[in-house]
Write a new protein. Sequence first.
Length: 440
Amino acid sequence: MEAEDPYQYLSVIESVTQQSSLPGLITGFVVLLILLISSAFISGSEIAFFSLSPGNISEISGKKSGIASKALRLISMPERLLGTILVANNLVNISIVIISAWLSNRLFDFSDNPAAGFALEVVVITFILLLFGEILPKIYASRAAVKFALIMALPLVVMEKIFRPVSMILVKSLRLFRRWKNSDIISKGDLKEAINIASESIREDEKILRGIVKFSNIYATEIMKPRIDVTAIDIKTPFGEVMPAIIDSGYSRIPVYRGTFDNVEGMLYVKDLLPHFHKPNSFNWQSLIRPPYFIPETKKINDLLEEFQTKKIHMAIVVDEYGGTSGIVTLEDILEEIMGEIPDESDPEHYDFKKIDDYTYLFEGKTQLNEFFKLFDIDEETFEDARGDSDTLAGLILEMTGEIPKEGYTITWMNYKFTIESADKRRIKRLKVEVTAKRK
C-alpha cells in the first residue's frame, strides 16, 4: 500500500475551515452595512434637528400626523435629544470598528506586517466611517432638514426611551457642571424663578423686578427710537422756523444735522433757546448747539445709564457699523425698561398696535420687540432662536422667513401666529398677531 500523504489531511481541514467561516463573514458584512447605514441616519439627524429654522418648525407644526408630533416633542427637549443621539452614535460607531477589525483579521493575515494591519484597521475604516457615516449624511440632512427630521422622529423616540438612563446621566452631569461652575453666582434663571414664586405677594413690583433681571442684556438698538420717527432740524434752518418746529414736536432736546440725519452736528436744548425767543430771524441759533454723544448699536443700556449719569446728559445718537445714524436713545427710554411705560401729559395718544379682541392684535411692523414682549408678558427666550439680530416685529418675520413675505402670508412660532396684513417690496408695514394657546 502507498503511504498516506500527511498534507492531504491539512488541505481537507483548511477547506472545511474556510467553508465554515464563509457564512460568518457574510453575516459580518451584512451587520457592518446595517450599522454603517444606522450611523449615517443618526449622524444626519443631529444636523437635521438642530438646524431647523423657525419656518421649518412651523412647517412641521402644520403637518397633522403622529410623526410630526413626535418630531415636535423631540425639538422641545434639545438636551435629551442630543444626549440620545450621542449615545446611540457612539455605540454604533464602536460596533462598526469592532466588526471591521474582526473581518479584516479573518480576511487577511498581518502577522508578518502589523503596520499594514494597523493602516487598514485605522486609516481605511476611519475613512469609510467618516465619509459614509458622518460627512455625506450630514450634508444631505442640512439640505433636507425637515424631511430627514420626520424620517428619524420615530426611531429617535424609540432610542430616547432605550437610552434614557444613560442620556439622563449625561444631561444631569452637564447641569451639575454648570451649577458647580457658577456656584457663587445667582443665575438669572434662578432669579426669574424666585420672582415667579413670590409674584403673588409682590405683584405691584413684579414688572420692575423683571425689568431689572433683563436690564443688563438689552442693547441700545433694541429700545432706540428709529431715525424715521425722530424729529430733527437741519442746521441751515432759519431761526423763524426753528421755534415752530420745536413747539410742534413737544420735545425738550432736538438733534441738529447737516444735510442728512447721518451727519448729526449736535443737540439743541429748548431751555437754551428760550431766552432768545424774541430774537429776529437772523439770530445765530446754531451757537447754542451742544456736542452730540454717539454710541454704537451694541452698547448695553446698563453701561449707557452709567455714562448718562457720569456725563450728565439725557440723550445719545445711535450709529451703525458704517457710521450712519440709526436712531436716538434717551434716559427715559432706559428707565422705562425697568419701570414700565412712563406717560407724559404732553405725549400724544399714539400706539403701534390695535387690540382686535383678547387674542388678536394688529401691530405696526416697526414695533420694537421689547414692547411686543412686554405687552404679551413674553420671556425673551421664547423667541431667542427666531429673532437673530432683529429688533422689530418686521425684522423678526424677516429672520423667520428669509425674505419679505407677501400680504396674507402666515407663519406660526410657538403659541403665536403672525399674518402679514400690509407689505411692499421693501418692508413689512403691518401684521396681525394671534395668541393661539389661549383660545378654547
